[in-house]
Design a protein around this ligand. Structure first.
Ligand code: BES
Ligand code: ZN
Ligand code: ZN
Length: 464
């Protein structure tokens, strides 16, 4: 017999639909701890007739916050059950519409990154969610497993994922998932990048011993009508280049390829679920290093699109890589382009570590991305764009400069990218905050989060 614990999710203080045995336990805890049935609240009873956990899922009254509370509850349930060596959890009180996300978050909770022989102390816990079913669970498991793969890429030490190694890992993952007949992978190495005038990514990659590359994935289902292009910033490591980062700034910069991991994850899921539209992924892989061939402040680069950019800060490198990628993306004539990038520290200052910035001049596209993020329980917030920001990027000796001044840096970066989009509906996600968590929070593990994959999948599915 598996060591079993039952759990109930408590949505706010009213305790609607909560079985009476749980009501009694909760009431007692409320007296002592003034609980309100909110996210982060948890009550564990080990000395009753049967062990039980109660967790709050009440959030602020918006859809996204409710879904996020569900994810936190899953993480807390997993951590508590595992700490007390339970092997199986039976969970009640989940609204039907949230079962998928709850299943997904419970699978996510098992994720642990480790290198070599370091022991994995994570236990596998079986869970059963009342209200859910086998097909909901199967889908959640697949999403979570691709998310875990993307998280592994981000957590991986930078020297284990040079552009070449990164590409090899992606190829073998696609094969392992038996998707190699559905997804075509193409690599543009340094030579090809030179021929194709991708001077943005080439400049950024010059200071490293490991040359840059563009990795492309194509999923083209039979009879596809629409096409979506996803673009990801894949800075394997961002030292800042000659404008070297500080200790504080540099220590997490292995995560600067999270945008690439996100869009690759979404592409893999699109193929796995047999989405009816085509999905193309462009990931720009490079290392921003201060080696002796490094690009320099004052250099002027002619991007693939033909616009010239004066580099005033080599640490604003992501936009130079994305400039070339967005130009390639638009040449595909897709219905929409979405890019994901850990682009600016300014976005983290503006929105905190949980929210991604959404930048788009297309209201309809923004709306559908926000709706998708509500479904996936990922926090995003629409940020301003426009000529106020564009002004700051006007070049003196070139078309553009690669930085503005110290204000509104996330929007300035978005306007820089906008220079490389002509006509296609386009949205930019700045995931610098939520892609990677430095310290552990309540119901929030540290390290790579897999942020954005859930919302991109739901966005793609909606557009079918
Ligand atoms: N990769 C960083 C942005 C970043 C910061 C990602 C924190 C994740 C967490 C990016 O390349 C960068 O360094 N941006 C500069 C831009 C500035 C020089 C205009 C920044 O945000 O300071
Ligand atoms: Zn940088
Ligand atoms: Zn960067």
């Amino acid at each position: 017999m598996k060591k079993n614990i039952t759990a109930w999710l408590i949505d706010g203080p009213e305790l609607k639909n909560v079985p009476k045995e749980y009501k009694a336990i909760w009431a007692k805890a409320v007296e002592e701890y003034k609980l309100k049935g909110r996210a982060g609240e948890i009550v564990l009873v080990l000395d009753g007739i049967s062990p039980s956990i109660l967790v709050g899922i009440g959030g602020d009254n918006n859809e996204c916050d409710k879904m996020r509370a569900m994810k936190e509850a899953a993480q807390l349930l997993y951590e508590t059950a595992s700490k007390h060596k339970f092997e199986r959890i039976e969970i009640g009180g989940a609204p039907k519409t949230a079962c998928g996300l709850l299943e997904e978050a419970l699978f996510d909770a098992e994720y642990k990154f480790k290198v070599g022989n370091k022991e994995n102390n994570k236990t596998k816990i079986e869970f059963k969610i009342i209200n859910s079913n086998a097909s909901i669970k199967k889908r959640a498991k697949e999403i979570s497993s691709v998310k875990s793969f993307a998280r592994t890429l981000v957590d991986m030490p930078p020297s284990h994922k040079s552009p070449n190694k990164f590409a090899a890992v992606i190829r073998s993952e696609i094969k392992k998932r038996k998707l190699d007949r559905k997804i075509k992978m193409t690599i543009w190495d340094k030579n090809k990048l030179e021929k194709e005038k991708c001077n943005g990514i080439l400049a950024v990659g010059k200071g490293s011993a490991n040359p840059p590359m563009i990795l492309r994935l194509d999923y083209v289902p039979r009879g596809a009508k629409g096409k979506i292009v996803l673009v990801g910033k894949g800075l394997i490591f961002d030292s800042g280049g000659l404008n070297l980062k500080t200790y504080e700034g540099m220590k997490t910069m292995k995560c600067d390829m999270a945008g690439a991991a996100t869009v690759i994850g979404a592409g893999i899921l699109a193929a796995y679920f047999g989405i009816k539209n085509s999905v193309t992924v462009f990931a720009g892989l490079a290392e921003n290093m201060p080696g002796n061939a490094a690009f320099k402040p004052g250099d002027v680069i002619e991007t693939r699109a033909g616009k010239t950019v004066e580099v005033l800060n080599t640490d604003a490198e992501g936009r130079l890589v994305l400039a070339d990628l967005l130009n390639l993306a638009e040449a595909e004539k897709p219905n929409a382009i979405i890019d994901a990038a850990t682009l600016t520290g300014a976005c983290v200052v503006a929105l905190g570590e949980e929210y991604a910035g959404l930048f788009s001049k297309d209201a309809k596209l923004s709306e559908s991305i926000i709706r998708a993020a509500e479904q996936s329980g990922e926090a995003i917030w629409r940020m301003p764009m426009g000529r106020d920001f564009k002004e700051k990027l006007k070049g003196d000796i070139s078309d553009l400069k690669n930085i503005g001044n110290r204000y509104g840096g996330a929007s300035t970066a978005a306007e820089f990218l906008d220079e490389f989009i002509d006509r296609t509906p386009w949205a930019h996600l700045d995931i610098a905050g939520p892609a990677f968590r430095e310290g552990k929070g309540k119901g929030r593990p540290n390290g790579a989060t897999g942020f954005g994959i859930g919302m991109l999948l739901r966005f793609i599915e909606e557009r079918q």
